[in-house]
Design a protein around this ligand. Sequence first.
Ligand code: C2E
Ligand code: CA
Ligand code: CA
Length: 277
Amino acid sequence: NHCEFYDKKIAQKRHEEKELMKLFEASLKNKDFQVYLQPKVPTDNKEVLQAEALVRWVHPEKGMIYPDKFIPLLEKYDRIGELDLYMFEAVCQIAERWLKEGRVGAGISVNLSRKPLLREGKEICEKYKRIKDKYNIPDGLIKLELTESALFDFSDIQTVQEILDGFHDIGLKLALDDFGFAYSSLALLGEFDIDVLKLDRAFFINDNERTPKIVESIIKLAHELGICVVAEGIEVEHQVETLTELNCDFIQGYYYSKPLPVAEFEAWRESYEKQRA
Ligand code: C2E
Ligand code: CA
Ligand code: CA
């Protein structure tokens, strides 16, 4: 019971979306989707460097396509679950290789969309377990990043907890992504069993004199609950200094490095390790 005006742009956008979705199928088979890794740098020298895997679509004709362009589309057409599993497998392959090279504890986190989670519920864990077992990934090494909206969309807390338990049972850790961007309910921390809290970039963009106080109390609360804290989108040195003072565990952001192709990440890590030694 509403009226909309037709605009050529709508048809054009639709057409572009459909074209991209057609390319998706072939690109998944051709492995045009690549893992880029962004360092998560520990503020404490004893911790091991971690990484977040971010997808890049490197199409043979269209060139590099960034997630903003296709993730919402894959969500809309309900194909994101396939890409998430593809990325998870790619990450397991990298982790397996690192382990063979003797790198213990160098964990990688990978994003998990809310749509397949909502549709499949805890059944989804089986698929992740099969891949994890295929590459002999030890428990606790790989984390899945979920946004709070993924958890809020469920009608009851018990279902969410069952899913989180399901992932824990198969040895995957869980990170709450983009905390501070939307609702950021502190109650969520007490309610759900998560391992890592990722403070969103939004905290640090318009920071004022009160921001450190808020961040400090979130970090304190998280630590009391045994949750590790990662700050993301950190671009400048004074933020690194403040976050280190506030006992934030890991820092991720352009200040250290943008997401890099795997070989470049490994080269970056080598110089980071030399510097730290
Ligand atoms: P996200 O998970 O919050 O990832 C962080 C995004 O912030 C990345 O953008 C990263 O490049 C960017 N970033 C990191 N440090 C900085 C910084 O210091 N400053 C600024 N301005 N930006 C920074 P990217 O790679 O374009 O990814 C965008 C979003 O796309 C991700 O946000 C995530 O929600 C989604 N995404 C990426 N890869 C995957 C994937 O494999 N699966 C799913 N489901 N979603 C993905
Ligand atoms: Ca993420
Ligand atoms: Ca994030």
